[in-house]
Design a binder for this molecule. Structure first.
Ligand code: SF4
Length: 340
């Protein structure tokens, strides 16, 4: 029996984002800059991470509050051992209609088939450039874009529905937009360009680094014959367009220029087991892991999750100004704990 609840702004809860690790094999400047996440950086010890059984239990309780979609994030989730076992268990839960995974794609060949066999069907690959040198400068691990493109081809061949997400930073990779639209136009892969946001504390963000959706669209329109596509569902975060000739679609995500907080139905569990109602939360999240490990029953968890959602009033992107950005500096949860 599902109890439909809403937060203070009338938003239901539909999605649960589970971060399964704080580690990553890339060192992208806007997420885990190598100067901070160096060889001596101390990641969470194993017992500080939620176990799979704990995650499944959390997800199950959330389905009683209306969660239908689960997204697995990190860090880089494919670094979590036996991830397919988690996918399999989540897939068995009544009420879960959709499971997705956000990854940098590097380990798809290694783990893709097991994940597919466990029931995963949808993968979002974060790939910020198609030119090897540009991509290597972004990931700081000498990984070539061509390596990730091969991994994507492999995932598509297995049967995954793959989307590619590109975070666009002015002067860093905005010259990649047109070649990437060109490349993916003839692939069975949807590409989405995301306006650069001030996620975490270490990404060096400011407004001047944002390439707006309108600017991206203009670049694309100068090179391709495209038309807009109507939204598919309530709360869809991307604005979609299609090529007039082959109907291949791509999306633009207006995280900064036209924020979508009013339809944000996402609850997040960080890799250290805390609840967050927003990517940009500054208060330390409620410690679900401790609550469970201290013996909370399923009904106590249910009541706690409900209470946390009832008081949620986050709408950071709606309120983003130079001042709110400055006020939140160094206080937000880092991206490797909560995913994108
Ligand atoms: S800023 Fe927070 S509330 Fe707004 S869309 Fe992003 S995660 Fe949701």
């Amino acid at each position: 029996m599902v109890e439909q609840i809403t937060d203070k702004l009338g938003r239901p809860i539909r999605d649960l984002r589970l971060s399964v690790t704080d580690r990553c094999n890339f060192r992208c400047d806007y997420c885990m800059p190598k100067e901070i996440f160096g060889d001596d950086f101390v990641f969470l010890p194993k017992d500080e991470l939620l176990t799979f059984d704990e995650m499944v239990r959390i997800a199950q309780v959330y389905t009683r509050l209306g969660v239908k979609k689960i997204r697995i994030t990190g860090g880089e989730p494919l670094l979590r051992r036996d991830l397919d076992k988690l996918i399999y268990q989540l897939n068995q839960l009544e009420g879960v209609e959709d499971i997705g995974l956000t990854t940098n794609g590097l380990l798809l060949k290694k783990h893709g088939q097991k994940l597919y066999d466990a029931g995963l069907r949808r993968i979002n690959v974060s790939l910020d450039a198609i030119d090897d040198a540009v991509f290597q400068a972004i990931n700081n691990r000498n990984i070539k874009a061509s390596t990730i493109l091969q991994q994507i081809d492999y995932a598509v061949a297995i049967g995954f529905q793959v989307k590619v997400n590109v975070v666009v930073q002015k002067g860093v990779n905005d010259d990649q937009i047109v070649p990437m639209v060109q490349y993916f136009k003839d692939k069975d892969v949807q590409i989405r360009f995301i306006e650069f946001m001030d996620v975490g504390n270490d990404n060096g963000w400011d407004f001047s680094k944002v390439v707006s959706k309108d600017e991206m669209l203009e670049m694309i329109e100068q090179n391709f014959d495209i038309e807009p596509v109507a939204p598919k569902y309530y709360g869809e975060v991307a604005k979609y367009y299609q090529h007039k000739d082959n109907k291949a679609q791509f999306g633009l995500i207006t995280s900064v220029s036209q924020s979508f907080c009013s339809t944000c139905t996402r609850a997040r569990l960080s890799s250290d087991g805390k609840f967050y109602g927003c990517l940009f939360s500054t208060v330390d999240g409620f410690n679900v892991k401790s609550f469970m490990r201290n013996g909370a029953t399923d009904n106590e968890l249910f009541e706690q999750f409900k209470a946390l959602w009832n008081i949620r009033d986050d709408r950071y992107s709606d309120e983003r100004t130079e001042q709110t950005v400055a006020n939140r500096k160094r206080k937000k949860i880092n991206m490797n704990y909560i995913g994108g």
